[in-house]
Design a protein around this ligand. Structure first.
Ligand SMILES: Cc1ncc(COP(=O)(O)O)c(C=O)c1O
Length: 416
């Protein structure tokens, strides 16, 4: 039966306890059970984000003249992001509601910018690796573009030679991830940068996962492949604050090499009663809380705080890798960051999707990947407290799988 609005209001104390009781059925992310969706970096960080969000819950980023506080915070967040990613002085960026919006805006900017700078005949194309996020397909669908997904090379990386061959007269954008979601590996962005320059193409680097993680992992001494604006062919980048920036949900950044690229992102409209309307992003009204929370968390943690969180992630990752080796599971590719996808040895008859389902049924929530079949985890700083438990549980399900006790054969990687 459809729920209808109650005739009179109900006391907040009752509502609050009801809502919190419902939460009992959610994944227990505070106990380390979510290796996707939530990026837990501790109660203190959550408190800062929560309070900052609350202070600006009614304020609206659509009105910078009314809210110079938000205008300042957004500018400072974008400047910090540009600093982390080495965007040149003449670059620019925006805060958005998330990775999908950042990617949408970069694709929109590329489409509109290329109309005047590198026009193509027919439907413009994006060439990208098979591992790139579906947000590009969504953007292309909405913007009337075509996507060409190119098979990966060894190591689950973008195959630059195959991408070169896939480039046509209609190609306007190429994409690389740093890292990609399915396998956590950083594509060869340096080679993609050269390719973009050779063909005069727009290169978007999807650093939704890595934007606020890679600089700090590198600062720990890990030799990561180059991926940011120091590579001259990189035109734009998406980097999510609500992932490893540990900000409240609804916060990402999109960055551009040049202000003229960002100018192609914005929407101007004049022909209605209220005159000129300028919206830099897809949204009209923009939550002040998301801007405030991102600003507060960035300042609360600072460089050293993020580095410490990165160190915890890397320690948890080491423990995971050692545990996987003990269980005779193999890691897909050479992931250097927080995402690890793993499965059985090719010759072994072990259904990893069934193992992943078993973990899920015990409350451990992570993603699964296909071909080869595997489990994918995205490690947060607080996971270091739960890795022993995770490995014990994983070990039990792997054992059951090896004894032939699991229902096998389903290729469905979604949980329902
Ligand atoms: C590499 C990558 N790009 C883009 C996105 C989309 O981000 P969002 O879910 O914030 O829209 C994700 C989300 O996990 C991602 O991992």
């Amino acid at each position: 039966m459809r729920v209808t609005l109650n005739a009179t209001g109900r006391p907040w104390v009752d509502l609050e306890s009801e809502m919190l009781a419902w939460r009992g059925g959610d994944v227990a992310w505070r106990d380390g059970r979510a290796a996707v969706y939530v990026f837990n970096s501790g109660d203190d960080v959550m408190r800062v984000a929560h309070d900052a969000y609350g202070h600006f819950i009614a304020e609206n980023g659509l009105g910078p003249a009314a809210f110079p506080s938000l205008k300042r915070m957004e500018r400072e967040v974008v400047e910090m992001a540009m600093g982390l990613q080495h965007v040149p002085e003449e670059g620019a960026g925006s805060m958005t509601s998330g990775g999908s919006e950042s990617i949408f805006l970069a694709v929109k900017a590329c489409r509109d910018w290329s109309r005047s700078h590198m026009p193509v005949k027919g439907v413009p194309q994006i060439v990208m690796p098979y591992s790139a996020h579906p947000a590009f397909d969504k953007a292309a669908h909405l913007l009337g573009l075509e996507v060409v997904r190119v098979a990966l090379s060894d190591g689950y990386l973008a195959d630059v030679s195959a991408m070169t061959e896939a480039i046509s007269k209609r190609t306007i954008m190429i994409v690389g991830s740093a890292p990609c979601f399915p396998y956590g590996v950083i594509d060869p962005i340096a080679r993609l940068s050269t390719l973009a320059q050779e063909h005069g193409l727009w290169l978007h680097v999807d650093a939704c996962v890595g934007g606020y993680l890679n600089p700090f992992v590198a600062a720990l001494g890990v030799a990561l492949p180059e991926y940011d604006f120091r590579l001259p062919g990189v035109t734009s980048m998406s980097a999510d604050l609500h992932k490893y920036g540990y900000a409240a949900k609804g916060a990402s950044t999109v960055l551009y090499r040049h202000k003229s690229h960002r100018e192609a992102q914005v929407f101007h409209f004049d022909d209605w009663p209220c005159g000129h309307m300028y919206t830099p992003t897809l949204a009209g009204t923009r939550p002040g809380g998301a801007i405030a929370a991102a600003w507060a968390v960035l300042n609360y943690l600072g460089w050293e705080g993020y580095k410490e969180k990165a160190a915890r992630i890397m320690a948890a990752r080491e423990q995971l890798l050692a545990g996987l080796a003990e269980l005779h599971l193999r890691v897909f590719g050479d992931p250097q960051l927080s995402i690890v996808a793993f499965g059985a040895a090719p010759e072994e008859d072990l259904d990893m999707l069934a193992v992943g389902k078993g973990l899920y049924e015990e409350g451990w929530f992570s993603s699964r990947v296909r071909n080869p079949d595997g489990v994918q985890v995205m490690i947060s700083p607080e996971h270091d407290r739960f890795m022993d438990q995770y490995l014990d549980t994983l070990g039990r399900w792997v054992e059951r799988g090896r004894r032939g006790e699991l229902a096998t054969g389903s290729k469905d990687v979604r949980y329902s």
